[in-house]
Structure formats: structure tokens, C-alpha cells
Design a binder for this molecule. Structure first.
Ligand SMILES: *[C@@H]1O[C@H](CO)[C@@H](O)[C@H](O)[C@H]1NC(C)=O
Ligand SMILES: *[C@@H]1O[C@H](CO)[C@@H](O)[C@H](O)[C@H]1NC(C)=O
Ligand SMILES: *[C@@H]1O[C@H](CO)[C@@H](O)[C@H](O)[C@H]1NC(C)=O
Ligand SMILES: *[C@@H]1O[C@H](CO)[C@@H](O)[C@H](O)[C@H]1NC(C)=O
Ligand SMILES: *[C@@H]1O[C@H](CO)[C@@H](O)[C@H](O)[C@H]1NC(C)=O
Length: 405
């Protein structure tokens, strides 16, 4: 008994010593195995261990489709990386797991979204093959949400009533140098998402989102950060209920319709900062052939409900922007703009699209001063968790953002 106890003690001691030893060895080999996102993306080396490779043609690949790789991930909280080799992938993606997921697009120009070589393509609007309308989510190239219900747009001022007991979805989704292209039509022909992002936290770096209507949807409890990305559209192409921060990106106007932003506010027990914040970005006609046709015609946004909140800060606006800035949205004779409730704003925007007297004449755009902009001036001030606690930004890749790489 006594002896057994002793040997058990010794075993514990010995095992923890061994553990310590292994720990040291593991740390050393991790240090030797230098991980570099850019090298992983350009050469397929120095990837995080366990990186899954996708390609329809390359024999290094573990999966031929991206969804195949996503489906192989364990339903746990482990961090997982998928390297997508250059190519066009015609598929819809659906990320439901809660553990961190990183999608890396193969590229040797990791700081330039115009040179992305991974393109995920799907052609759909909110109609099924008999022409019956279906929820917008079914049109999306990429869906990130824990359940179908949490991703539904729904209708009415409050949208789809997501069951309160729905769990939170992905806590840290990241995509680098991937284009999401909804090729349904070459003009607004109903909602056609490139992205649907709800009940999740995620960052998109050097990505492209291409469609004409409702290109990017950030739904309920969605926190999405975009960095040096391209978002192209015509009608309401940044819309949703959640919180989106678009940093140093390009908004490409492929036509005008509705507004660039169409947000729906929600009542919560805490003060929420739900809305879309477009910062240090450029708003321009998609190309010089379309520019003359849309000159002075594109509105910055319109209120999807009266609690719409959007701010363009330090943005360049080309001559495409409507002199009134934002516009109202009148449905069955009822104007949705509500003074003191709706916030459709600009802060230090500049360029030919900014017409100060036009903004005043339009009567719905708020030009913020420094003090009024202050509560919205950083991602830390707007991204909240489910309980409304601010500063929910751990999932943002600050190394990339700070270094500009
Ligand atoms: C992907 O599609 C684009 C546009 O259709 C085409 O220009 C490009 O060559 C395709 N890339 C590959 C690798 O097939
Ligand atoms: C995404 O996957 C989940 C789990 O399989 C499924 O319930 C949901 O319907 C899918 N979403 C879409 C839009 O297909
Ligand atoms: C310019 O953009 C419009 C809208 O996307 C498109 O229809 C047209 O083909 C583009 N023209 C050129 C020359 O790229
Ligand atoms: C939020 O509450 C206000 C005040 O009660 C109400 O007028 C508004 O319709 C509500 N909005 C939503 C989206 O429920
Ligand atoms: C600016 O707005 C004013 C007031 O609506 C309008 O008269 C003027 O033509 C606009 N200027 C330009 C360059 O569009």
C-alpha cells in the first residue's frame, strides 16, 4: 500500500518531468517550423501544421473542392487552415463550425486583391429553379453562420426571428486573397449574395466580393472586418443587421440602384453599435466606360429600416455619388428616414462626390464633426459580443492590418 503509493507518486513526478521535457521539445520544433502566411500562399511551404490543400487538378491536394475540405474539419474549437490553390471553383460554401477557420488563396501578390488567383463562383439570385422566390441566403457564394435559421434574411422591419437559443457560430473566421463572385446577372436582378455572414466573427483580407445586388450581407450578430478588399455592386450592396467595418478598401460601383448601404437596426437591451463603417476607402465607378452613365446618380445608402446606421469616414468619392449623398426609402407612402433615429453619415469624405450644399439640400445625410464621429472611430468602439460588450476584436488580424502586409 505504502509502496504503491510511493511508486504512484514517483510516476506522477516522472510523468510531469517527461511532460516538461516534451513541452520544451515541442516549443523548439515549433520555433524551427517557422510559419509564414505569405510563404504558405506563394509556395505552399511554411504553412501552419495540418493545413489542408485544395485543388481540382494539383496532386498535392487533399480535396478537390473547398466545401470538401470544410466538411472534413472537426466540429470542435481547434484552429484549421485551408490553402486553396489557384483556380476557379464553382461551388457554394457553408461554414458552420465554431472553431477558427482560415482560408488562404494561393498568390504571389498577397497585398493586391486585383491579382487574386482563387475565384469561387456561383450564379444565383433569390429564386429556385422554378422561379419561386427563396430566402436571399440560398444565393450566396459563401455562408458563415451556425444554422440555416441564423442566416435567413427574412422580411419585415425586424427580419427573420432567429430562435434565441441559437448558439454563436464561428468565433474567428479569416480569408486572405480569395474572390467570391456571384455571376447571376450583369445588372441588379434580385438579391445575389457573394457573402452571407451571421452570428460569427470574421476578417477578410485582400478579398474580392463581386455581384450586382446585395453583394455583402452581414446578418444578425455578424461581426465582419474587411481590409484592402474589393466590393463591387449596384444596389444595396452592403446590407444587413450586424456590424461591418470596411478598412482601406475599394467600393466599385457597377451601376446605381437603391443605395450602396442599406442597414436595418435592432432594438437590444444594451446600446448597440450595429451598422456599417466604411473607412479610408475609395468609392468609384467600376470602370471608365460605365462612369459617364452613372455620374451623380449613386446614393451612399438608404434606410432599410429607420434604425439604419452607416458612416463613410475619410473616404474618397468620385463623381458617381449623388449630390444628396444618402436618399430616403419610401414604401407605400411611408418614409423610413426618421430624424434623430436614422444615422446616414459622412465624416471627412472628399473628392468630386462630396457636395456639401447637396447634402444639406437632400436633408437625410448627416455630416459628422469630430466629436460626433468619436464614438465610432475605431473597430474597438463598434464591435460587440452577443451581450453588447465592446472591444470584441481579438479575431482581427492586427499584424496584417498594422504592417499593411
Ligand atoms: C477563371 O475564370 C476566368 C474568367 O472566366 C478566366 O479568365 C481564367 O482563365 C480562369 N482561370 C483558370 C485557372 O481557369
Ligand atoms: C449550411 O449547413 C447547415 C448544416 O449542414 C445546414 O443546416 C444549412 O441549411 C446550410 N445552409 C445553407 C444556406 O445551405
Ligand atoms: C464596366 O463595368 C460594367 C458594370 O459592371 C460592365 O457591365 C462592363 O462590362 C465594364 N466594362 C469594361 C470595359 O470593363
Ligand atoms: C425599436 O423601438 C422603437 C421604440 O419603441 C420602435 O419605434 C421601433 O419600431 C423598434 N424597432 C425595431 C426594429 O423593432
Ligand atoms: C451640389 O448640390 C447643389 C444643391 O443640390 C446643386 O445645385 C449643385 O448643382 C451640386 N453641384 C454639383 C457639382 O453637382
Amino acid at each position: 500500500m505504502q509502496v504503491e503509493h510511493c511508486s504512484a507518486m514517483f510516476r506522477v513526478y516522472f510523468l510531469s518531468l517527461l511532460g516538461l521535457l516534451f513541452h520544451t521539445v515541442a516549443v523548439h520544433s515549433a520555433a524551427l517550423q517557422h510559419v509564414s502566411r505569405q510563404q504558405c500562399q506563394s509556395t505552399g511551404t511554411h504553412c501552419p501544421s495540418g493545413t489542408i490543400i485544395v485543388s481540382a487538378s494539383d496532386n498535392r491536394a487533399h480535396y478537390a473542392t473547398i466545401q470538401g475540405a470544410l466538411d472534413s474539419l472537426p466540429a470542435d474549437t481547434s484552429s484549421q487552415t485551408i490553402l486553396i490553390l489557384a483556380g476557379n471553383y464553382t461551388e457554394q460554401l457553408n461554414v458552420t463550425r465554431s472553431g477558427p477557420v482560415t482560408l488562404l488563396g494561393q498568390t504571389s501578390a498577397s497585398k493586391d486583391a486585383t491579382r487574386n488567383r482563387v475565384r469561387i463562383i456561383w450564379a444565383a439570385a433569390n429564386k429556385d429553379n422554378t422561379g419561386q422566390s427563396v430566402d436571399n441566403v440560398f444565393s450566396s457564394v459563401l455562408v458563415v453562420a451556425p444554422t440555416l435559421e441564423s442566416s435567413l434574411t427574412g422580411s419585415g422591419t425586424t427580419g427573420y426571428a432567429v430562435p434565441a437559443d441559437t448558439p454563436f457560430g464561428n468565433t474567428d473566421f479569416r480569408a486572405y486573397n480569395v474572390d467570391f463572385d456571384n455571376t447571376w446577372s450583369e445588372y441588379s436582378d434580385g438579391p445575389a449574395h457573394a457573402l452571407s455572414f451571421s452570428r460569427a466573427n470574421g476578417g477578410f483580407y485582400y478579398c474580392g466580393f463581386y455581384s450586382y445586388q446585395d453583394t455583402v450581407y452581414v446578418g444578425k450578430l455578424g461581426n465582419a472586418y474587411f481590409y484592402k478588399s474589393i466590393i463591387a455592386g449596384q444596389t444595396d450592396f452592403l446590407y444587413g443587421f450586424g456590424t461591418a467595418w470596411i478598412q482601406s478598401s475599394e467600393l466599385q460601383l457597377r451601376g446605381c440602384g437603391g443605395g450602396i448601404t442599406a442597414w436595418k437596426g435592432s432594438n437590444t437591451t444594451f446600446t448597440n453599435k450595429y451598422g456599417v463603417y466604411i473607412v479610408d476607402s475609395n468609392l468609384r465607378a467600376a470602370n471608365s466606360s460605365i462612369a459617364p452613365d452613372i455620374k451623380g446618380k449613386c446614393a451612399l445608402g438608404r434606410p432599410w429600416n429607420s434604425q439604419h446606421r452607416s458612416i463613410f469616414a475619410h473616404c474618397y468619392e468620385d463623381g458617381t455619388v449623388d449630390s444628396s449623398g444618402y436618399i430616403d426609402w419610401v414604401v407605400s407612402g411611408v418614409a423610413r428616414f426618421e430624424k434623430g433615429v436614422t444615422l446616414m453619415a459622412e465624416y471627412q469624405t472628399y473628392g468630386p462626390g462630396f457636395n456639401e450644399s447637396g447634402r444639406v439640400a437632400g436633408g437625410v445625410t448627416t455630416v459628422l464633426d469630430k466629436k460626433a464621429y468619436e464614438p465610432y472611430s475605431t473597430p474597438q468602439k463598434v464591435f460587440q459580443n452577443q451581450e453588447g460588450v465592446l472591444g470584441n476584436t481579438k479575431w482581427i488580424d492586427w499584424d496584417t492590418v498594422k504592417a499593411g502586409n
